[in-house]
Design a protein around this ligand. Structure first.
Ligand code: PPS
Length: 569
């Protein structure tokens, strides 16, 4: 009998003929345009990566998963895989309807027979799955601000996988990996999950893990969705490829996993184990703070450093993949090698570069020593992250109408143009409303659309090495955060709160709008009859009642300089 990790697992794809017929019928079905995250989930549902799931969770399965990590069948499953949709779409769907699931281009990837439709309690989902209903957690933020309000559940029939144009040869379905392991006769396979570039410490750790488990090694990085702000997967894959030949020949393989991570720490570790079981793993490396989301809104870690290992250990037998616990590896200078931190005697020199320190060195173009990483990896990282003074960035002014945003933004633009070096674009509130958002009003919904348009343009300018200066009111914290995330994917985001008081703005009343707002002639006026949520941690706060325009613009320049974005001489 072939070992467990060599046999095929069930997929949700239908036969070619059935797919042709279904595709034909699907033309008349209601069609749902999948989000980027749903496309990742659907791919792993269809190719068996999420076995035993047969589709997006039903309400009963969802409740079981949220409450105690179990499907109604009793099987262990820690993560809600749900099809969240808009209220408008949900209103047109009743259980019993078949819907077509489409990718970004409208291609039908699957048909789902809707059996369940419900409005989830998102606060409960956040508490149970992520441990806290705290928006500092990227998935809680996604749940409340990106995911639709209604969930649909039901079995899925797969027509075709999503198309990937990048790194095709490096992407494998669970059955493709199982077939590879069978061909190579790899009966013990230890998997390393990662969302970061591999440096020497990781190489040493994975190599040791494979030796300890007497197994072959599969480097299995996530290329679907990771934590906002991570190194993009194109760069990472080039880095992984560069490291591959540092392993003993024929012991190690690299395969890309199109998973949308949730950064759910302990639950995520269990989920990763189950997914890797499906991909033919027999062992799985779980590190310190596995899939950790960073700090919560009280600046504390969401999960304890070994919570993920503990939860995994409790469920290890059921997962069916043995955990290899990650040792924290550090470099011992005297012996010129990496060793587990807990095995090192006193008195030796231990060297370590944190992720934050690495980003600083890249940003400032400083040396990254060879004991820390491989020159090929550093070369790739430097290509993607040139020193900050050569990258694009966005300065995002926010504040009340009449606070002085536009005036300071204009002065800043001129000063940056005088310095030269990078193209500068000013996206002033009024200008944007004229050219990009002329049809929009001032409801929350319209303001959010307006700010997201500005954010989109600013992120494109930033990504392409320019400077975008934005000066809208942008009254909502969550929307400003969404813009920050968009921009930071391609460069720095500098939030400047123009904190001139309402009294002062009203006293100036440059456009006469406050008077009209007080008289009720303008509705939903920010500060008078509409909210303004103050930024809690902007990069800079200025009050134009205290300083003149020149000094305010200079303060912004000093902030840019302290962040390494410009040189002031
Ligand atoms: S938002 O909330 O960010 O979308 O607003 P923004 O695009 O910056 O537009 C603000 C400018 O529109 C004028 N205006 C109003 N502001 C706030 N509330 C209401 N109801 C409103 N109606 C018109 C106002 O001149 C703002 O310009 P600034 O430059 O901020 O004074």
């Amino acid at each position: 009998m072939s070992p467990d990790n060599h046999s095929r697992i069930p997929e949700l794809y239908v036969s070619r003929e059935a797919a042709e017929a279904l595709k034909h019928d699907a033309g008349n079905m209601p069609g749902w345009d999948l989000t980027a995250r749903q496309i990742c989930d659907l791919e792993l549902l269809m190719n068996g990566g999420f076995t035993p799931l047969k589709g997006f969770l039903t309400e009963a399965d969802y409740n079981g998963v949220v409450e105690n990590m179990r499907l109604t069948s009793g099987a262990l499953w820690p993560m809600p895989i749900t099809l969240d949709v808009s209220q408008a779409f949900a209103d047109g769907i009743e259980p019993g309807t078949d819907i077509a699931l489409r990718d970004h281009e409208g291609v039908i990837l699957a048909v789902m027979s809707v059996t369940d439709k419900w409005t989830p309690d998102k606060a409960r989902e956040a508490e149970k799955v992520f441990g806290a209903d705290d928006l500092a957690h990227p998935s809680v933020n996604y749940l409340h601000h990106s995911a639709g309000p209604v969930y649909l559940g039901g079995p899925v029939k797969g027509l075709q996988p999503p198309t990937h144009y990048d790194f095709r040869g490096r992407r494998d379905t669970p059955n493709e990996l199982r077939a590879l392991f069978k061909k190579l006769n790899w009966q013990r396979v230890v998997v390393f999950q990662t969302r970061n570039p591999l440096h020497r410490a990781h190489q040493e750790l994975t190599f040791r893990a494979a030796r300890e488990a007497q197994a072959n090694l599969l480097i299995h990085p996530v290329v679907g969705m990771t934590k906002p702000g991570d190194v993009d997967h194109f760069t990472r894959v080039r880095c992984y490829e560069a490291v591959l030949d540092k392993y003993p020949a024929a012991t190690t393989a690299l395969s890309l996993l199109n998973l949308a991570m949730r950064m759910a720490g302990p639950r995520e570790a269990v989920w990763h184990g189950l997914i890797r079981k499906n991909h033919g793993a027999t062992h799985f490396i779980v590190g310190r703070d596995h899939a950790g989301p960073g700090k919560n809104s009280q600046d504390r870690d969401f999960y304890g450093p070994y919570e993920a290992q503990d939860l995994y250990r409790q469920h290890q037998a059921e997962i069916g993949v043995e955990m290899v616990d990650f040792k924290h590896m550090v470099y011992v200078q005297e012996r010129a090698q990496y060793e587990p931190a807990d095995e090192i005697e006193d008195g030796v020199t231990v060297l370590n570069i944190s992720g934050t320190e690495l980003r600083r060195r890249l940003r400032e173009g400083l040396d990254i020593p060879e004991w820390f990483s491989f020159p090929e990896v550093v070369k790739q990282l430097r290509r993607t992250s040139p020193p900050r003074a050569q990258q694009g960035f966005t300065v995002f002014f926010t504040g009340l109408s009449g606070s002085g945003k536009s005036t300071v933004a204009n002065a800043l633009m001129v000063k940056l143009m005088e310095m030269g070096g990078r193209p500068v674009t000013l996206l002033d509130g009024d200008v944007v409303r004229k050219h990009l958002s002329s049809e929009l009003g001032f409801s929350k919904e319209h303001r959010d659309i307006n700010i997201k348009r500005i954010g989109y343009v600013a992120s494109e300018i930033t990504k392409n090495g320019g400077i975008a200066i934005c000066a809208p009111i942008a009254p909502y914290t969550a929307t400003r955060r969404a813009v920050r995330e968009m921009v930071e994917a391609g460069g720095a985001f500098v939030e400047v709160h123009v904190a001139t008081s309402l009294e002062e703005c009203e006293r100036r009343d440059r456009k006469g709008l406050y008077k009209l707002a007080r008289e009720g002639k303008i509705k939903e006026f920010t500060g008078i009859s509409d909210p303004y949520e103050e930024p809690l941690r902007p990069e800079l706060r200025i009050d134009t009642s205290d300083i003149d325009v020149d000094s305010a613009a200079h303060e912004v320049l000093l902030t840019l300089e302290s962040m390494g974005l410009i040189g002031l001489n």
